[in-house]
Design a protein around this ligand. Structure first.
Ligand code: FHN
Length: 430
């Protein structure tokens, strides 16, 4: 027998190096667009809304698939009006919408051809809301992102099972690669039939972190179909190869009050924090613990001060309406944004470290001081470049300032303070 040649030996022992992802020019532009535009609407909407108990209801109430499959017959969102949703997002000052194409229950909210487990084939509604939303977003100049769950409590090939959905009654065998083919085929539909897609927001990887999710293949597929589409994955870790932005759930980057971010070191990609208005993501009829508009404006400003976007969630009703408590808060945020938007759009995190009093944001010529929790008159700011002037952003009234080495002290007038966030604009000396 001839000895194996060195080249074949090497090939056998050296694993093929993973390809390094090089984002396209259009993708880099989209990242910049994303960072400039700061504020998006998250929409958790699916067949679970029928039970009015959040998007995890199948798992929480241990509903087996056979029972859960009765829900679509009761899902008839005849009041859904894409134009109203998009206009509401715009009125709040939001520039993009991220909607659940598929959540963990596997139910597709569009006319997929890969399975009948979808809104068109299984519900009396019979229409494709994502199509209508995509069309309306295009008309109104809002970018559309899809939230897509890796995790699937319904698909028979999601095997081995992960850590959730264990009472769904899925078969004790299955071909995970076949499941991933199915998921990729669904993603291909979403990236070819719904116009320009701003991003894909994955979730559910954490259900089985040691599985081979073939992420590279899925990410390559997305980038080959739409190179500009931003890929993000809510795996609660530092970004993986092939991703374009990093998200933080119910916390600002670097914080971990909600428990999701114990392993999520901040990477170098654009950042996004997401949160809910009440406690729930999907519609929850009993959850009345609404954050105030002021709380939400604070989160938005603090996110920007941490160099991050804010993706604020609504969970529409099974009829297709966004509940009045959400509408009221979104309009109030929009009121503040209409006067203070300049302090967020097109900015990045400012020079002064975020602190309990507030944060700073900046663009090339200006620094915006967001006074959030500070009630006395003098406020000292460090790490500032040379500044020419200080004014109230909303009124243009001059603000007294006193320069120190490496910083300054502002006297913030009591009159003209905004109860949500008083913004003072400092003009940088060129
Ligand atoms: O399990 C999901 C949850 O339902 C929701 O979609 C949030 C949104 O960030 N993410 C998951 C939990 O990490």
């Amino acid at each position: 027998m001839r000895p194996p040649r060195l080249a074949s030996l090497l090939l056998a022992v050296i694993p093929l190096a993973a390809q390094t992802y090089k984002p396209s020019e259009s993708n880099l532009k989209m990242r910049q667009w994303f960072q400039d535009n700061k504020f998006g609407m998250f929409i958790h909407w699916g067949v679970y809304s029928v039970l009015g108990d959040g998007e995890w209801v199948m798992n929480q109430r241990k509903i087996p698939i056979a029972e859960y499959e009765k829900l679509p017959a009761r899902f008839n969102p005849t009041e859904f009006n894409a134009a109203e949703w998009v206009s509401l997002a715009k009125a709040a000052g939001m520039k993009y919408i991220t909607i659940t194409s598929k959540h963990h229950d596997g139910f597709a909210m569009w006319a997929t051809k890969q399975s009948k487990w979808n809104i068109v084939d299984r519900t009396p509604y019979k229409k494709d809301p994502l199509k209508m939303l995509a069309e309306e977003c295009r008309k109104q100049g809002i970018k559309l992102f899809f939230y897509h769950s890796h995790l699937d409590w319904h698909h028979p090939d999601y095997f081995p099972l992960g850590s959730t959905g264990l009472t769904a009654g899925r078969p004790p065998s299955g071909d995970f690669n076949r499941y991933l083919d199915y998921m990729d085929a669904q993603l291909k539909e979403l990236l070819t039939g719904y116009g320009e897609i701003g991003g894909v927001w994955f979730d559910g990887w954490w259900d089985k972190p040691s599985a081979n999710w073939r992420l590279e293949k899925t990410y390559n597929l997305i980038h080959s179909l739409q190179p500009a589409t931003l890929v993000g994955n809510n795996h609660h870790r530092k970004p993986f190869e092939g991703e374009d932005f990093q998200m933080f759930e119910k916390d600002l980057p670097g914080q971990n009050t909600a428990g999701f971010n114990k392993d999520s070191e901040i990477g170098k990609l654009p950042l996004e924090s997401c949160d809910t208005i009440n406690k729930a993501w999907g519609y929850n009829a009993k959850d009345k613990q609404f954050k105030s508009a002021k709380d939400l404006i604070h989160f938005l400003a603090r996110a920007a001060g941490h160099n991050s976007n804010f993706l604020l969630n609504v969970g529409p009703t099974p009829e297709g309406r966004i509940q009045p408590e959400f509408v009221e808060r979104l309009r109030a945020i929009g009121g503040w944004m209409s006067k203070n938007g300049e302090s967020l759009y097109g900015t990045r995190g400012g020079p002064t470290q975020p602190d309990s009093w507030g944060v700073t944001t900046q663009n090339s010529g200006k620094i915006f001081v967001h006074v959030l929790d500070w009630h006395s008159d003098l406020l000292a700011l460090s790490k500032l470049p040379n500044v020419k002037s200080a004014k109230m952003l909303a009124s243009g009234a001059a603000v007294e300032m006193s320069k120190l080495t490496g910083g300054l002290v502002l006297r913030i007038p009591q009159a003209g303070r905004d109860p949500n966030d008083t913004v003072i604009v400092l003009e940088k000396a060129q």
